[in-house]
Write a protein that binds this ligand. Structure first.
Ligand code: HAM
Length: 409
């Protein structure tokens, strides 16, 4: 039979990769915990309609959709904001505000796979429900930034913008399909934007607006009223030790965004450098809920791992492993009993399960990266002792069983 591979754009993860992923996941979770976020989970599949409602054309094209055996139109989730908002509207509207929800899950997008772009990828993200004060927005953005720093990244760039003035400018120009222009901006297609707006009064101001890097220039162009929210959030961010750059050209790829938006890049990653995207959005009324402010972001978990690798962050030392080697079949039972006792004490213990010779067994312990081997031989066992071998130095010594845990911990 022909061998069966994995679907295009998906990955298998080795034990080493999973250990690394779990370590990064734990570091990220710790930062979310410190900001008061609590985890929720939603199904991997949803009704297709949840995503066609407002996520925008690009997402719909990329959605893995299928019809189930009863003719229902379902989709694998391309992101988690719409599912979490569905959950909120169904069950959590009465919760005290602000409500801080965290999630970690796999997402699916029928994208063209390349480095940093997969058809199955993971997002860790959060949604903040019930407040739109500038300090709330700044706290959310600071969390995104400090979560990435907490994972060990140093070379990251945070940019913050506001869609409200951008939309107002497009409105003033009488542009009917603002979403199409926003998509061009999001793709960085400058020529496309220029072409689409050519000849319209106000087009020059709009293009100038996109290029503004300073708050003062922004104010000159569109007035203080239109820029005060963005500059307010940036002010709060500096109180929160979060270096941010003003970038009025952030358009975001999803259509549900309404106000403050932000992105964090790892410039070293090249084309797929965006590690995080988020902002204020509106989905709750569309899903039948009572209007309430919502904002959030998602971190591209896989890209964080790529960026850590690129920055050359050495993987932390593994949890120490103890390897138990019986000397001959007579010592199998004592060795197994000892291994279980050490495990109950909390140690990570592996034992020879293939009845190998002592030297082969020690070679295997070495390959596994064990810190110590515990050799269980009849003579020492008769004295309630074992031989402990330090795998790095090769040094061996006899240790009483009751002192073993203290020696190898
Ligand atoms: P997004 O920008 O579409 O936003 O995705 C967030 C992050 O997921 C991206 O910045 C990127 O790091 C990662 N990502 C996206 N597509 C892929 C892919 N094909 N392969 C690997 N990583 C990818 C959202 O999904 C919004 N739901 C974020 C949000 C939450 N907005 C408000 N709340």
């Amino acid at each position: 039979m022909a061998s069966i591979g994995k679907p295009r754009g998906t990955r298998d993860f080795t034990p080493e990769e999973m250990e690394r992923r779990r370590r990064v996941e734990t570091a990220l979770r710790e930062v979310f915990r410190r900001y008061g976020y609590r985890e929720v989970a939603t199904p991997t599949m949803e009704h297709l309609e949840l995503f066609t409602l407002k996520s925008g054309e690009a997402i719909v094209e990329e959605t893995y959709a299928f019809t189930d055996k009863s003719g229902r139109e379902l989709a694998l989730r391309p992101e988690l904001t719409a599912p979490v908002m569905r959950f909120y509207v169904e069950q959590m509207q009465m919760e005290p505000k602000p409500l801080k929800l965290l999630y970690f899950g796999n997402c699916f997008r029928y994208d063209r796979p390349q480095a940093g772009r997969y058809r199955e990828f993971w997002q860790m993200g959060c949604e903040l429900i019930g407040t739109r004060t500038p300090e709330a927005l700044a706290e959310l953005i600071a969390l995104a930034y400090h979560a990435l720093r907490g994972a060990g990244l140093e070379d990251i760039l945070l940019r913050v913008g506001d869609l409200a003035p951008l939309r107002a400018l497009l409105d003033d120009m009488g542009v009917e399909d603002a979403a199409a222009i926003m998509r061009l901006i999001d793709k960085g297609d400058r020529a496309g934007v220029e072409g689409a707006l050519a000849g319209r009064p106000g087009a020059d101001t709009f293009l100038e607006y996109l290029d503004c890097a300073e708050a003062a220039a922004l104010e000159d162009l569109v007035g203080k009223e239109q820029t005060s929210r963005l500059t307010g959030v940036l002010d709060w961010l500096s109180d929160m030790d979060t270096p941010a750059r003003l970038d009025p050209s952030i358009a975001r790829g999803l259509d549900y965004y309404t106000g403050i938006v932000f992105e964090i890049d790892a410039p070293a990653l090249g084309a797929e450098k965006q590690l995080c995207g988020g902002g204020e959005y509106s989905l709750v009324p569309l899903l039948g809920g009572t209007e309430t402010p919502t904002a959030g972001f998602a971190l591209g978990f896989d890209r964080i791992l790529l960026a850590l690798e690129r920055e050359g962050r050495a993987p932390e030392e593994k949890e120490p492993l103890v390897y138990v080697t019986p000397v001959g079949e007579d010592m199998l039972r004592p060795a197994a009993r000892l291994a279980h006792r050490l495990r109950r004490q909390g140690l990570r213990v592996d034992m020879d399960l293939m009845r190998r010779s002592v030297s082969k067994s020690l070679q295997h312990a070495h390959r596994l990266g064990a810190r110590h081997a515990v050799i269980v031989g009849a003579d020492e066992w008769a004295r309630d002792a074992v031989v402990v071998k330090n795998m790095a130095s090769g040094e061996q010594r006899e240790v009483a069983v009751k002192e073993l845990a203290a020696v190898i911990w």
